[in-house]
Design a protein around this ligand. Structure first.
Ligand SMILES: Nc1ncnc2c1ncn2[C@@H]1O[C@H](COP(=O)(O)OP(=O)(O)OP(=O)(O)O)[C@@H](O)[C@H]1O
Length: 700
């Protein structure tokens, strides 16, 4: 305590000055109550009160001595059966709750007034006592401060009633322990941690009320932080009120108690309920703290989660007792001695703190060691002192009141204890590592899946490309084959074309020839017709000539007859007869020649007839060929259409040729005319011959 706590500058004040200061705060308490119904510590300098409703309050350490002073309330127990049965009963105190004042009677005519932070009459409810005394501390603890609520008083005055009452049958009877846990459990979330240890200090031995086998549990003090702990005690996580009630009842069962003259159930030990609260600092508050303290917790870019660890001590002290009154003997006496000894040590420390003494005898007892942080330390502390009403216990009441008065002078240095939650960070980082590992695994899995897919696709692509290559090779082979075939076909076609050309040429030639022939044939036909006509004429002439020849023959026969007759006459005329014979012979020779000419002419006429027939036949053949050619011509007409121009050109050549042919025909015609002329000459000659023959005959 000496190292952590010092009495405030108000420690030198007289009780009245303390009262004055309390008066200031009392008005603030009233104000707070009006605002929110809860009693908070309102600073006279106008700062906001430390209440659960003050959500926006600063988390800065508050060093207002008044606000950090140990709060002390006094509670008067109702008269008990002893008091009621006391015929000489007299009140030793007069309470003025509205003034938060207690008047302690010195004697029948005088009294001394003491100011407290709150004064509870015997009718004060458990609820109100809790809300005024303990609740602000509980809220402070929920905000991250350490806190202590302690009951101090003479045995049998209601310390256990005020703090440890379970209120199983009547909820309104619940004491501060149950109500505090109720509030804590309501105010904390699942992410927060609420744990308890419940120990008793019995005859300077710390024993675990939740695990009674644990005795002589050592007190551990952290040299650096001054933190006091009993790590040997069982720590139980509290999740609900029923669970807590169970443990509280268990502790009650395990607590040393005895039936004394003063109290049928007198606690023989100091019970200390330690509530450990571990809360994560909200993000915004965390940020505010970082900004305010300019100390951003950053490890490799990660903000460290900050937690607030706070501890609430609910201390139900064993009651001080006067051995003569309690009647303790033997073991009870020993217990009482230890109780009184430890309470005395506490009183000494409080005195020393109140008097700002350089030495605080913290180490005189385990109780003061355990409460080192509660008085003069960093905790917010509320003390409720319990007193009995009977004047019979005036001295004990006066001692208690004075203890309370001194305690009011003790100023603590409250501070929030925040630390980086390495455990949580570790868990978070582990979770992050797990998450990242699983993410990596997942991604690896996806990569594997993707790779497999890619490999499969690649294989498929490879296969398809091989297939495509095969197909393209087959196709190219096919194309090459087709190409070869087409080339061959093209060659054939070219050849065919050539042959077609050739044929065309042949046909053209043939057509030309046919056309020529046609022309010729026409011409010949015409010529033939003409010749036929001429021949007819010739034939007529010949027939006529034949008739004439016949006539001439007949004439010749007649002449021969006449000649015979003449010969006979010649015989009669010998000279004349000789000349006549010669002439006759000459004529006979001429007639023979003429006959021969006639026969030749006849033969020639027959030949001409045959020739005519042959030509007719030839014309018929030509006409048939022409008909065939016309069929073929119609067949080739389409093909010839494209080459008509060429044919036209050729036709010109043919025309030329035809002209030549025409010229030739003209020549033939001339020849024919010449033949006709010859024939006519022959006819003329024949006529001459005939005339000569006629003259001769006539002459003859
Ligand atoms: N405010 C009260 N109203 C009604 N009954 C009370 C009140 N305070 C105490 N009592 C009763 O007085 C008796 C003694 O109280 P309690 O055991 O709490 O005293 P104590 O201070 O704890 O005593 P000790 O120090 O011996 O343990 C109990 O029967 C309790 O019910």
């Amino acid at each position: 305590m000496a190292s952590l706590g010092r009495a405030s500058h108000k420690s030198e004040r007289s009780p009245s000055s303390s009262l004055s200061s309390s008066l200031n705060s009392s008005s603030s308490i009233t104000s707070s109550r009006n605002n929110g119904g809860s009693v908070g510590v309102h600073r006279s300098n106008g700062r906001r009160p430390v209440t659960p409703t003050s959500k926006t309050r600063s988390l800065a350490h508050d060093h207002d001595p008044e606000s950090e002073r140990v709060r002390v309330a006094v509670r008067l127990r109702p008269r008990n059966s002893e008091d009621l049965s006391d015929a000489d009963y007299t009140d030793c105190v007069e309470l003025q709750p509205e003034l938060k004042r207690l008047k302690l009677k010195k004697n029948n005519w005088s009294s001394e007034a003491y100011r407290f932070d709150e004064v509870f009459t015997e009718s004060a409810s458990q609820k109100r006592v809790y809300e005024v005394v303990a609740k602000p501390v509980v809220e402070s603890v929920l905000d991250g401060y350490n806190g202590t609520v302690m009951a101090y008083g003479q045995t049998g005055t209601g310390k256990t009633y005020t703090l440890g009452r379970l209120g199983k049958d009547d909820v309104s009877e619940r004491g501060m322990m149950v109500r505090a846990l109720e509030d804590i459990l309501v105010s904390t979330s699942a992410s927060d941690s609420v744990e308890i240890s419940y120990v008793q200090l019995y005859m300077e031995s710390i024993q675990d009320l939740l695990a009674p086998e644990k005795i002589n549990i050592p007190i551990v003090e952290d040299a650096k932080t001054g933190e006091v702990s009993v790590p040997g005690a069982a720590i139980v996580k509290i999740r609900n009120l029923d669970q807590f009630l169970h443990f509280l009842q268990l502790g009650e069962v395990n607590r040393h108690a005895a039936n004394t003259k003063m109290n049928t159930e007198s606690s023989r030990s100091h019970a200390i309920l330690m509530v450990y609260i571990r809360r994560s600092v909200r993000e915004k508050e965390e940020k505010d703290i970082y900004l305010k303290e300019n100390n951003p917790a950053d490890i490799n870019g990660h903000h460290l989660p900050t937690i607030r660890k706070s501890k609430l001590l609910l201390v139900d002290l064993a009651g001080s007792e006067r051995i003569d009154k309690s009647g303790s003997e033997g073991h009870l006496l020993e217990e009482a001695k230890f109780i009184n000894l430890s309470l005395t040590s506490l009183g000494k420390c409080i005195n020393a703190l109140a008097e700002n003494s350089p030495h605080i005898p913290t180490r005189d007892s385990k109780l003061t060691r355990l409460l080192r942080d509660s008085f003069g330390g960093s905790a917010r502390t509320s003390l409720i002192i319990t007193i009995g009403p009977s004047y019979r216990h005036h001295q004990e009441t006066a001692t208690t009141v004075m203890f309370g008065q001194r305690a009011m002078k003790v100023v603590n240095t409250v501070k929030v204890k925040e630390e980086f939650d390495y455990e949580s960070l570790c868990r978070k980082l582990e979770a992050r590592v797990d998450h990242l590992t699983s993410e990596i695994d997942r991604q690896q899995k996806w990569r594997d899946i993707d790779r497999n897919k890619m490999e499969k696709k690649l294989e498929e692509f490879h296969n398809s490309s091989v297939e495509a290559e095969k197909r393209s090779f087959a196709r190219s082979e096919l194309l090459m084959k087709e190409n070869t075939e087409l080339t061959s076909k093209m060659k054939d076609l070219l050849q065919e074309l050539d042959s077609q050309k050739h044929q065309n040429e042949l046909l053209l030639n043939q057509i030309a020839r046919l056309e020529t022939s046609l022309k010729n044939s026409k011409f010949l036909e015409e010529e033939n017709a003409r010749l036929e006509l001429d021949l007819n004429d010739v034939m007529k002439d010949l027939n006529r000539q034949k008739e004439e020849n016949n006539i001439m023959h007949n004439e010749v026969v007649h002449l021969k007859t006449n000649l015979k007759h003449i010969k006979q006459q010649q015989l009669e005329n010998s000279t004349y007869q000789k000349v006549l014979a010669d002439t006759t012979q000459m004529y006979e020779e001429k007639i023979a020649d003429l006959m021969k000419q006639i026969e030749d002419e006849t033969m020639r006429s027959n030949y001409a007839e045959e020739e005519n027939e042959r030509m007719k036949k030839q014309i018929t053949d030509i006409q048939m060929a022409m008909q065939q050619n016309q069929v073929e011509n119609s067949r080739y007409q389409k093909e010839l259409a494209g080459t008509s121009k060429m044919y036209d050109e050729r036709m010109e050549a043919l025309n030329q040729h035809l002209e030549d042919e025409h010229a030739h025909a003209v020549r033939i015609e001339e020849e024919l005319r010449s033949t006709k002329r010859l024939l006519r000459e022959y006819q003329d000659s024949a006529q001459v011959n005939h005339d000569e023959a006629y003259n001769i005959i006539h002459f003859l």
